[in-house]
Design a protein around this ligand. Structure first.
Ligand SMILES: C[S@@+](CC[C@H](N)C(=O)[O-])C[C@H]1O[C@@H](n2cnc3c(N)ncnc32)[C@H](O)[C@@H]1O
Length: 367
């Protein structure tokens, strides 16, 4: 059994626990700020990497120890059995998270790097090198006061890298955040799904993957499983299912920007040659609702430079009140004033962080 930490965006921990239970059949052992803990086998680690829509990384604990000062940290780290997954021909990269009282943000990180180098140099005369771009192994350190946990990052790239984002798109939403918001909205996969400000299509594409049961990582090839098994490629291949598109109707994405929509269409094309999302172009405020009822999930823009931009939340609120009767409306925004100025009373507000930014998903049933 491995001790595993699965990270996500703050606010999504509870639905991540539910999702991990569905994927692995295992109950999580703890839920914390931005991560959950679970014990599982290698097969669970593979399953979570390929199937979790909400996780950011699946980290596998390699060691845990306490230490006094930095010299002690170095000595403890040097004793670990690094050779169980590293050797002088392999490259590695270290990342440090957590809180500590040492001056200099990187001091504990540098001491662990030295410890790894000296561990191998003393045993073999040579040492594995650091490679920041394409290391063979990504190691994640988590420090809390004078306790250190060392993890192997079995995801390698964060899991919001699904492999469908074509290059050059502007600041889209993270894919696992979009999937989390869809789950929080309670969408059942059957009612009409509409994103009126879809940009590069992250939210409708994630909805399309959910509706068709397409695995979020079906396009991605590289994970960080090699330190855990010689069979990584086979295990990944066996866990992946063929893309089988059953539903091509019932999801609409709209945006005012042709460039963003072009990117959205390119991304969708990696899953389906014949479409599957009805992408439309135009000003949301000038369009009528596409049906009598459905679920609208939007992440609208908020600028406050021009009068039009200042008035935008009010226009949006009016539009929703008048044109979207019968709809379940979910608005994700970081801006409190924006939410206030919409002029609708939210039935529910769920705090979710978007990167470092406090945001919320507000639910308005429109009658
Ligand atoms: C915050 S971004 C949404 C990003 C999107 N969730 C993604 O992942 O790419 C807001 C989007 O609203 C679009 N937009 C701005 N004003 C609009 C309007 N009046 N009608 C429709 N779309 C609009 C912008 O082009 C932008 O793509």
């Amino acid at each position: 059994m491995y001790d595993i930490v699965v990270t996500t965006h703050p606010g999504l921990e509870e639905i991540l626990s539910e999702e991990i239970r569905e994927i692995t059949g295992r109950i999580t052992c703890g839920s914390h700020y931005a991560y959950i803990e679970i014990q599982g086998e290698l097969s669970d680690i593979v399953k979570m990497n390929i199937n979790s829509r909400i996780a950011t990384r699946v980290l596998v604990r390699f060691a845990q120890f306490t230490f006094g000062d930095l010299d002690d940290l170095y000595a403890e780290a040097k004793k670990l059995k690094w050779s169980s997954f590293l050797n002088p021909r392999r490259t590695f990269e270290l990342e440090l998270n957590g809180r500590h009282g040492f001056k200099g943000l990187n001091m504990p990180l540098l001491r662990v790097k030295d410890a790894i180098a000296d561990h191998f140099r003393e045993k073999t005369g040579s040492r594995p090198s650091v490679d920041k771009e394409r290391p063979d192994v990504r190691i994640s350190l988590y420090i809390e006061g004078n306790s250190m946990k060392v993890f192997i990052d079995s995801s390698y790239h964060p899991l919001y890298h699904r492999g469908y984002r074509t290059r050059g798109h502007f600041s889209p939403m993270k894919e696992n955040l979009a999937a989390g918001l869809i789950r929080l909205s309670g969408w059942d996969g059957r009612e009409l799904f509409y994103d009126g400000f879809c940009g590069t299509g992250t939210i409708p594409i994630e909805a399309f993957l959910i509706k068709n049961g397409i695995q979020p990582q079906v396009l991605r090839k590289d994970f960080g499983l090699a330190p855990l098994t010689d069979n990584a490629e086979t295990l990944i291949r066996k866990e992946k299912r063929r893309i089988d598109i059953k539903y091509k109707k019932g999801i609409i994405g709209n945006d005012i920007s042709p460039k963003a929509l072009h990117g959205a269409g390119e991304s969708l094309g990696l899953f389906s040659r014949y479409g599957g999302i009805d992408f439309r172009m135009g000003d949301f405020l000038k369009k009528t609702a596409p049906a009598d009822k459905g679920l609208l999930l939007i992440n609208p823009p908020y600028g406050e430079r021009t009068d039009m931009e200042k008035e935008f939340p009010k226009y949006l609120g009016d539009k929703l009140k008048h044109d979207f009767k019968g709809w379940a409306v979910h608005i994700f925004s970081a801006n409190n004033d924006f939410i206030k100025n919409i002029g609708l009373r939210a039935k529910r507000k769920i705090p979710v962080k978007n990167g470092a930014i406090d945001s919320r998903l507000c639910y308005y049933p429109i009658f």
